[in-house]
Design a protein around this ligand. Structure first.
Ligand SMILES: C[S@@+](CC[C@H](N)C(=O)[O-])C[C@H]1O[C@@H](n2cnc3c(N)ncnc32)[C@H](O)[C@@H]1O
Length: 373
């Protein structure tokens, strides 16, 4: 059985890294580090050792050898007018191979594709969740959730109540998150815009503010008559216990590559700005999530959120085998998304009908038995 990344011994991690390098030597060291855990420096060292002992071929990675790549020989004009960013990218592991395979002209774009593939490989790692895959219970967050162990959660992903009366709950949320998250663990909390300053200040009493992500909701733009505004996005507050050590978060909101520029809503930065400002595309985590026009969840509960948004957040901020907690589970969107993405789940809500709704939904949509406590 594949163990979660953080439970691997040094020896097991090294052998996983070696296998990953052997399987695809063109993967970048950072990409491999993301898949297997550990730092890219460790991966680089292992790669070097493998090259020196002949376990893998010397690759076109060094300053002297990348220029001899056959694709560059055939297309020498690629080097003309390269930005600083492009000049760095073209020397990176596997970039010229990717350019050759996909007949690309932009090393930056090739590097992005390598990153995407590494991320997909990471998320496709086979993980068996075991019998304790999902735990559900009824609980009011004000009681501190003693059912959840200290330092046991990798990601707390939740959609908190939106009304003014619930703002004080954010102190409880911060306190619980600070206790149950492991060091470096992340709280992502979807909120409305109305009470944002208060919610941020309440959460900041126990956790460190890290970022605000945007969830673009192109198909739901409610009119806020009192505010004289219509809205097409929702903030997702990102708080961290101690320092954030996951994938590098990128400070520009941008559309995913699959979405053509035409489809990008007006809130998004023009692509040239993104290109210019993106320093480390191979490490980027998008801070924009697109919600599909899916009404299925709304039929379950008026406040239900689109499953795909939560799947995306889970893939970005946790790994297969990690533990994901939702303390305001409602109809169970986080729980279903996390289980589908092979994360363990703990979910609760103060409303027992909603916990029951979550249980039924998990059994129907994921097909597993749920443990109750
Ligand atoms: C915005 S809804 C969550 C909707 C959910 N994301 C979904 O997709 O169905 C907020 C949930 O918080 C729960 N809640 C409100 N106050 C709570 C408290 N003090 N402790 C635990 N849950 C609470 C409500 O019962 C409600 O189900």
């Amino acid at each position: 059985m594949n163990k979660p990344k953080h439970q691997l011994t040094r020896k097991e991690r090294r052998s996983q890294i070696e296998n990953c390098i052997k399987e695809d030597p063109s993967l970048s060291s950072r990409g491999i580090a993301r898949i297997c855990g550990g730092s890219h420096v460790t991966v680089l060292k292992i790669k070097e050792e493998m090259k020196n002992t002949g376990l893998i071929d010397q690759m076109n990675t060094s300053e002297e050898t990348w220029r001899k790549h056959p694709y560059l020989k055939k297309n020498p004009r690629i080097l003309e007018n390269l930005s600083e960013h492009g000049k760095r990218a073209i020397k990176a592991d596997g970039v010229l191979d990717m350019m050759e395979a996909k007949k690309l002209k932009s090393p930056v774009y090739a590097q992005r594709l390598i990153f995407k593939e590494a991320k997909a490989a990471r998320n496709n790692l086979y993980v068996e969740l075991g019998e304790d895959a999902c735990t559900l219970f009824v609980a009011d967050i004000k009681q501190g959730l003693p059912q959840v162990n200290d330092n046991s959660v990798d990601l707390l992903l939740t959609d908190a109540p939106y009304d003014r009366g619930s703002v004080p709950l954010f102190v409880d949320l911060g306190r619980v998150a600070n206790r149950v998250l492991r060091k470096g663990g992340v709280l992502l909390c979807m909120v409305g815009q109305s009470y944002l300053p208060d919610q941020i200040s309440q959460l900041s009493k126990h956790l460190k503010y890290h970022w605000t992500l945007a969830c673009i909701t192109p198909h739901g733009s409610p009119f806020l008559y009192k505010k004289r505004l219509t809205t097409g996005w929702k903030p997702i507050l990102m708080f961290v216990k101690s320092e954030y050590t996951g994938d590098m978060a990128y400070d520009i909101v941008r559309a995913p590559i699959e979405i053509s520029e035409k489809e990008v809503p007006p809130h998004t930065q023009p692509i040239e700005v993104v290109e210019k400002l993106s320093e480390n595309p191979e490490n980027m985590v998008d801070d924009l999530v697109y919600a599909p026009a899916d009404k299925a969840e709304k039929e379950l509960l008026r406040h239900a959120q689109p499953l795909q948004v939560f799947e995306t957040l889970i893939e970005r901020f946790s790994r297969p085998g990690d533990c994901v907690l939702d303390v305001f589970c409602g109809s169970g969107t986080t729980a279903v998304a996390a289980l589908k993405k092979k994360r363990k789940v703990i979910a609760c809500d103060k409303d027992e009908n909603r916990v029951e709704m979550t249980r039924k939904r998990i059994e129907k949509e994921v097909g597993i038995d749920v443990k109750s406590i």
